[in-house]
Design a protein around this ligand. Structure first.
Ligand code: E4P
Length: 218
């Protein structure tokens, strides 16, 4: 399972990278705005800064919503760095753009996916990644994890190579559940990765080992 961090915050990206388990980064226009990154030039520069911190894929989202606009923007984003994956929304022109990018060898992440049918379309169009937003489904009393399971089943039935990128992860149990369901990738906040570390018996056990070591060596 690949671990992506879902943020545009460079300090958090560095912290996750230093842990040694980071495989990539996802961003979106809201996450860029949260960091105060505005204006096209600043946004493009920020993507390059992120690519220079991590070794893996960095999703950069188009903001155009028409086919021609998405193609123009996506090609510009892909030119920035070979780690860039063009993030395209699941709308009709987005599906056309996914197919266009796929034919040109430009890697894509189909975002804002909330149904198995949308995921099927993304795979048919050749998306590299599909991003089902499980947290946002949970927010409206719908089982987000079930969507991950449904997409896994459909993709396995036909051998689609599109990777399931479980997005809108809110906490550590989402990570565990997505791993059980066979999601290829998860993207979440740093806290969802850090949470995997924690167990009180580890802390108690380590304290006891160190105490016994001190006793034996004093
Ligand atoms: C995915 O690529 C999105 O950026 C993200 O996971 C959305 O998460 P949210 O629902 O917590 O905003």
């Amino acid at each position: 399972m690949k671990f992506f961090i879902d943020t545009a915050n460079l300090d958090q990206i560095k912290e996750a990278q230093e842990l040694g388990v980071l495989d990539g980064v996802t961003t979106n226009p809201s996450l860029m705005a949260k960091e105060g990154i505005t204006g096209k030039d600043n946004i493009l520069k920020h993507y390059v800064d992120i690519c220079n911190i991590v070794d893996g894929d960095v999703s950069a989202e188009v903001v155009a919503t028409d086919f021609a606009g998405m193609v123009k923007e996506g090609e510009e984003l892909a030119e920035l760095h070979d780690q860039i994956v063009v993030k395209v929304p699941m709308i009709k022109d987005g599906v056309k753009a996914l197919k266009y990018f796929s034919d040109k060898g430009i890697r894509t992440n189909c975002t804002l996916v909330f149904s198995p049918g949308q995921a099927l379309l993304a795979a048919k169009a050749g998306a590299t990644y599909v991003s089902p937003f499980l947290g946002r489904l949970d927010d409206i009393s719908t089982d987000g994890l079930n969507l991950i399971a449904e997409i896994r089943l459909i993709y396995d039935n036909y051998g689609f190579e599109t990777e399931i990128l479980a997005a809108s992860i809110r906490h550590t149990m989402h990570v565990i559940d997505c791993a059980k369901l066979g999601a290829d990738v998860m993207t979440g906040p740093l806290s969802s990765i850090d949470g995997l570390l924690k167990h009180p018996l580890t802390d108690i056990g380590l304290a006891k080992f160190l105490e016994d070591y001190k006793k034996g060596n004093s």
